[in-house]
Design a protein around this ligand. Structure first.
Ligand SMILES: Nc1ncnc2c1ncn2[C@@H]1O[C@H](COP(=O)(O)OP(=O)(O)OP(=O)(O)O)[C@@H](O)[C@H]1O
Ligand SMILES: [Mg+2]
Length: 293
């Protein structure tokens, strides 16, 4: 199975928010990272076939998804970034209704609803109105909805927003087990959501996918660019306008500051083992010379 973008652009009036994206995805987990406004949701909505590109095409196994139509939509599970629940629907009503829309046979739907409600930790809450669920519970209900019909292509827009750390770990486990022979694309702001489960991580900014690499390749790129330095707390405030700081922790009466820099920032700085989050900070935003953009 292959999903391919061919020079996809999207413009709103005169503003181009996707600038000619071409890429090919096969089975496996793809993580989509990028700052607010990068174009992640726009790209995801085009892949989910709820938004038309201005130019370019999306091909599923070589065929334009606009001509494949319903048959394509039947193969995808999609969790939008913003799902609102309202009315008197219980969690179970919502999942049954979603299953009916997907044309699932009743007995199979019942079985899948039980399986998924258990795996996302909502089994005991299915009788409650989903409008009254907490934010994290609503997100998990949305994840269950996307997985209902065992889609070949699973597209999740910020699935983990609002999930507590325990639910986040459970989510990662569900996704890595699921993705074996399927395509999963998920956007997130939480680097650790995709660090260990994504075969490929895409870094997106200004409507372009700037990098597609393995998590390991990003980490390798950061070798020799991450430093630890101790300083008094007062110094930190001034320092953060000059350097990219990826973390700070209290150590005795001083602060241990994690700094991203191509060269040794101060003589007594020591090298640290890099992470994907360091790479994210290095590649986006946060270099002082790019501040104020
Ligand atoms: N319907 C719309 N009309 C006009 N502009 C839009 C519309 N939808 C999105 N945009 C613009 O397109 C750009 C990309 O938005 P998008 O929602 O795809 O970003 P994102 O990467 O998903 O951001 P976030 O991390 O905040 O979810 C933004 O500048 C946004 O304002
Ligand atoms: Mg978004």
């Amino acid at each position: 199975m292959e999903l391919q973008l061919e020079a996809v652009t999207k413009s709103y009036k005169s503003k181009q928010v996707l600038k000619g994206i071409s890429l090919t995805m096969g089975a496996g987990v793809y993580g989509l990272l990028g700052p607010n406004g990068a174009g992640k949701t726009t790209l995801i909505r085009i892949l989910a076939d709820v938004l038309r590109p201005t130019n370019g095409r999306v091909l599923y196994d070589g065929k334009d998804i606009r001509t494949v139509g319903d048959e394509y939509r039947a193969k995808i599970g999609y969790l939008p970034q913003d799902v609102r629940f309202y009315g008197d629907f219980t969690g179970r009503d919502y999942l049954e209704y979603s299953a009916a829309l997907k044309g699932m046979e009743k007995a199979r739907a019942k079985k899948r609803i039980e399986e998924l409600a258990r795996s996302v930790g909502l089994w005991d809450d299915l009788k409650r109105k989903c409008a009254a669920y907490s934010g994290g519970m609503q997100r998990r209900l949305g994840i269950a909805q996307a997985l209902l019909d065992d889609p070949e292509i699973l597209i999740l827009d910020e699935p983990t927003s609002g999930l507590d750390p325990y639910e986040r770990i459970k989510f990662r486990n569900i996704i890595s087990a699921y993705a074996e022979d399927r395509l999963v694309l998920l956007s997130t702001h939480i680097v650790s959501d995709v660090e260990h489960i994504a075969a490929r991580i895409m870094m997106m900014e200004y409507g372009t996918i700037q990098h597609i690499r393995t998590g390991g390749a990003y980490v390798q790129m950061m070798e020799g660019k991450v430093w630890l330095e101790e300083m008094p707390a007062e110094q930190l405030i001034a320092y953060q306008n000059r350097a990219v700081i990826s973390n700070v922790r209290a150590k005795g009466g001083r602060m241990e500051v994690r700094i991203i820099s191509d060269t040794k920032p101060v003589p007594d700085a020591v090298q640290a083992v890099p992470t994907l989050e360091d790479a994210y900070l290095y590649l986006f935003n946060y270099l002082p010379e790019r501040a104020g953009r």
